[in-house]
Every structure is written in structure tokens, then in C-alpha cells.
Design a protein around this ligand. Structure first.
Ligand SMILES: [Zn+2]
Length: 503
């Protein structure tokens, strides 16, 4: 996400204290046929999980009714007795746990608070066997599904979930407004099992507290026919059926699936390097929508050259109600305010460039955004200057960096950052005022310093090698340091200790 506004919003910052909500009753369901044991293991079709989701959007009731199949692959070296999923929508069920950006509740809930959450009616194996499940964690955002027998490494199980999602009236990643539905983080998505075991983090109110593996998606979305759907993944078809329209999207090896429904969208598109870039904009905002397309196209082109090729056939830049920008794989939200304000075009450009850069840093090269947010935010922020250097001029790029980032750099050094440690978890940041300058600004400065140290040629070789090694995988700070040392032939411990760990 781009939090340009954190600098402004700190003025009205209130330190939100998120007190753990009272756990609501466990939704554990007893399996009526628990006497029988079925072997549910299947040979995985892919190393990645595969989601097949049929979802219907009811715009009057503000609900999503979904049937979701997940082929979950045990890619670990241990047996798994249970599986965990993040059900982020449940964080919106109470004021105490509802996440809202930049600590601004009145902006997020301008029409008053109403809850959002997910109600699961069943979780079964493909053979029809009901599985026990329960919710846990702050806001009940963690879904635990108990398997009847351990899932062995290298094997897969297919689960079928039926559930209904109530969408809240929130001007957020997940929420609805007068004409639109922002549907990010709306479905149960598998938690990541990594070297630390299951990652069962809460929905933190700062940062983008998401962490997921790449997966394959086949999604059909049924919505009233006057709504246009912009989605992650590749558009396959849309077919009118009575008063509805059924949209089909598909993607391979994407890290998440989000969509936006709006009854007032126009679309402009352009092909760049084999990718169809689409700009979705409100009918009254054609000028901003065309400019958004141009920036999206230029960003893809520049980052393809500088980092590595964006592999998907579609990329969508979507105007919507949101305080800044938000990245999802293959789709980014861009604030509708930027499409209307022609006094300062830079902000729309910067935010689109930033969110597009996240397609590489977070989308393609995954990272744990709870523990090491600088790996996506610092990189996406630094990519802004790379865009300006290449789209406009070297001078503009350098000025962009010197005038803005160097100022920010000084600001970072001067007290904004509490301890200068860039690599730390969301728990260790006090608020947006601490988080923003540390991971975005100081994170970008680290890369600028690395570029100054290695020179342009080696620096971009590092970026390309990092992409090559970690595309569709998850990288850590240690991985980036290792690639930097390997490519440059230099020992960089001291450099990174200083810049990342303030040692
Ligand atoms: Zn960002």
C-alpha cells in the first residue's frame, strides 16, 4: 500500500489500542459421520494450492455467497494434522477489531459502523466427509480445519467450503459504498506454513498485514448485469444470464485474488509486452482514467526491463473509494480522489507506479509483510524513482530521489524513526507515524545506498537475479543480502547491519 497520507494523517493520529475482543462461541461442528475414516489424499496437480470459487454478489443484501474448493498441497516436510486459513473479513465484525487505515475511523466508516464477517455453513472433503473447524485469534480471523488423518508431505487434499460473507460499509480494502464493492481479502485463504511453522497473525491495523503463497485460481462471479467486475487474474468471459452476468477469471501462480464491482465503470486498455493493461474508471473521470492507463503501461514496461518480466496476461488499475492505493496481485486500487484532482498529477502517478511495483515486490517475489514489510514497501518506494528516471529523465529521477527521498532520509534520521531498525515485525511499530518513515522511506534509502555502493550495473543485476531466484516464492531479508553479495562479489554484512539493523 502507499501511505503518502501517513505524513498528513499523523497530525490527527490517535494511537489506536486494539484490545483483544471477547471470543465469540466456537463454531466447531461435530462430524455426524465421524465413525468412518476416508482416505482423502490425492496426488497434487500443481505444487501450488488451487482455489475454485463460485461466488454470487447480492448488492442489496451486501453479501457474497460462495462455494469454494481448495486443493491444498502439503509442500512441507512434516505431516499436517490440521490446516489454517485467514478469514480477514471477521476482523470487521466489531469496532474493537475492525482495521482501518491511518487510524482514521470517521473516514473509514463515513456512513457509520456496521459489521462484516464470514459465516461458514460447512467444510467437507471431496468425498463429502464433514470436517471439524473452529475460529481463533483476535477477531476470529484464523480458521482451523481438523483433518481426519495427517496430510503427508507431497500429497494434497481437496476441501469444499460453503460460506456467506457480509460486506461492511467500510471505505477500506474490504467494504462497499454507493456504487462499488471493494472485495480484497474476502475469502478464506490458506495461512503460510514456513520454517517457523504456521503463521497465524492477526489483522494488524498498520501496514498490509498479509502473507500468502502463490496459488492457482478459477473464479466465477455472479453479479447484477449492470455491474462491471475488475479482478485479479485473467479475464476469461462474461455472460449475461437473466438479470445477472457471470464473470469468469483464471490465474496461475498468483498470491491472492481480489475484485472490485462497480456499476459506473468504463474501461480503457492497452497491450504492453504481451500484457493487457486495463484502466477501470468512473464514467465521469475519463481524463484521469486515460492517464492512469498510461502510467500503468509505462510502469509495467519499465519494471519488466529493470526487474524481470511480469508474467500474467492481465493487469488492472482500478479507480475506487480508498484513501490512497492498495496492491493486490494483478489488480490495484487507486483512490478516486486522484482521478478528479488535476492540480497535482504527481500523486496519481506516484501511487499507480508504487502499487504497480508491488506486483514485483510482494506479488511475484513474496515476503512476510508482517515480519519484513520493508521487502515490499521499501522496494516499491524505491521503484518510484526508477520509474521517474526512465519515464521522464535521469534528472527527474535524481531530483525525485534527492528532493523528496533525501528530505525524507533526513527526516528519518531525525527522530521520525524510533530506533532505525528497518527489519522488524508489525508488533514492534508504534503506529503509522513510525511505520511509514521506517519501512517506506528508510527502506528505499537502503536500496539507494546499495546502488551508490555497487554502481548501476551491479545493482540492477542484483535486482534481476533476486527476481529470477524468488519469482513465485517467498524471500527474506537474508535472501536479498545473499543475492546482493553473490552478484556483487562483495561482503555486505557491515553495510546491511548499519542500514537495516542500526548496528
Ligand atoms: Zn506500498
Amino acid at each position: 500500500m502507499k501511505s503518502k497520507s501517513y505524513l498528513v494523517l499523523v497530525l490527527v493520529l490517535v494511537i489506536a489500542t486494539f484490545i483483544g475482543c471477547n471470543a465469540v462461541g466456537s463454531n466447531t461442528v461435530e462430524d455426524p459421520d465421524s465413525g468412518t475414516q476416508t482416505v482423502n489424499e490425492i496426488a497434487p496437480v500443481s505444487k501450488d494450492n488451487t482455489y475454485k470459487i463460485n461466488v454470487e454478489l447480492d448488492v442489496e443484501a451486501k453479501t457474497l455467497t460462495s462455494n469454494q474448493s481448495i486443493q491444498y498441497v502439503n509442500a512441507e516436510v512434516v505431516d499436517l494434522k490440521e490446516l489454517y486459513f485467514n478469514v480477514y473479513s471477521n476482523a470487521f465484525s466489531s469496532k474493537e477489531t475492525a482495521p482501518f487505515l491511518f487510524d482514521d475511523f470517521d473516514r473509514a466508516y463515513s456512513r457509520g459502523f456496521e459489521p462484516g464477517y464470514t459465516e461458514i455453513s460447512s467444510i467437507k472433503t471431496k468425498a463429502g466427509e464433514s470436517l471439524k473447524y473452529s475460529f481463533q485469534g483476535e477477531g476470529n480471523t484464523i480458521l482451523k480445519v481438523e483433518l481426519t488423518e495427517p496430510l503427508k508431505p507431497g500429497t494434497a487434499i481437496e476441501l469444499i467450503m460453503d460460506y456467506k460473507v457480509l460486506v461492511p460499509p467500510a471505505n477500506e480494502r474490504f467494504g462497499y459504498g454507493e456504487n462499488h464493492f471493494n472485495l480484497g481479502n474476502w475469502y478464506p485463504v490458506a495461512a503460510v506454513y514456513d520454517k517457523s511453522g504456521w503463521n497465524l497473525d492477526k489483522y494488524y491495523p498498520i501496514g498490509d498485514p498479509f502473507y500468502s503463497d502463490t496459488a492457482n485460481y478459477e473464479v466465477t462471479i455472479k453479479a447484477p448485469k449492470e455491474y462491471v467486475i475488475a479482478a485479479s487474474g485473467n479475464y476469461i468471459s462474461d455472460i449475461e444470464e437473466g438479470s445477472s452476468r457471470i464473470w469468469e477469471f483464471q490465474s496461475s501462480r498468483m498470491r491472492d485474488f481480489a475484485f472490485v464491482a462497480n456499476k459506473d465503470f468504463d474501461v480503457a486498455e492497452q497491450i504492453v509486452d504481451g500484457t493487457v493493461v486495463k484502466s477501470y474508471y468512473y464514467k465521469d473521470d475519463a481524463k484521469g482514467g486515460k492517464e492512469a492507463l498510461e502510467v500503468g503501461v509505462n510502469s509495467i514496461k519499465i519494471f519488466n526491463e529493470k526487474f524481470g518480466k511480469y508474467p500474467y496476461p492481465n493487469y488492472s488499475v482500478v479507480e475506487t473509494v480508498f484513501p490512497s492505493g492498495m496492491e493486490f496481485p494483478g489488480l490495484v486500487y487507486i483512490s478516486d480522489n486522484y482521478y478528479k484532482d488535476f492540480s497535482n498529477r504527481d500523486i496519481q502517478t506516484i501511487v499507480i507506479v508504487h502499487e504497480t511495483a508491488h506486483q514485483w515486490f510482494y506479488g511475484l517475489i513474496g515476503n512476510d509483510q508482517i515480519d519484513e514489510a520493508w521487502l515490499d514497501e521499501g522496494f516499491a518506494t524505491y521503484a518510484e524513482s526508477i520509474y521517474f528516471e526512465n519515464a521522464l529523465s535521469t534528472a527527474r529521477g535524481k531530483n525525485y530521489f534527492n528532493n523528496s527521498v533525501e528530505e525524507r532520509h533526513n527526516e528519518v534520521i531525525a527522530e521520525k524513526v524510533i530506533d532505525g531498525v528497518v527489519v522488524k515485525g508489525l508488533d514492534d511499530f508504534k503506529n503509522w507515524e513510525d511505520y511509514g518513515p521506517t519501512v517506506y522511506t528508510r527502506g528505499a534509502v537502503v536500496l539507494n545506498e546499495l546502488r551508490n555502493k555497487l554502481g548501476d550495473e551491479k545493482f540492477f543485476q542484483v535486482m534481476k537475479e533476486y527476481f529470477k531466484e524468488y519469482e513465485s516464492k517467498i524471500a527474506t531479508t537474508e535472501d536479498f543480502i545473499r543475492v546482493s553479495e553473490k552478484v556483487s562479489g562483495q561482503e555486505l554484512d557491515e553495510f546491511f547491519n548499519t542500514w537495516l539493523y542500526a548496528k
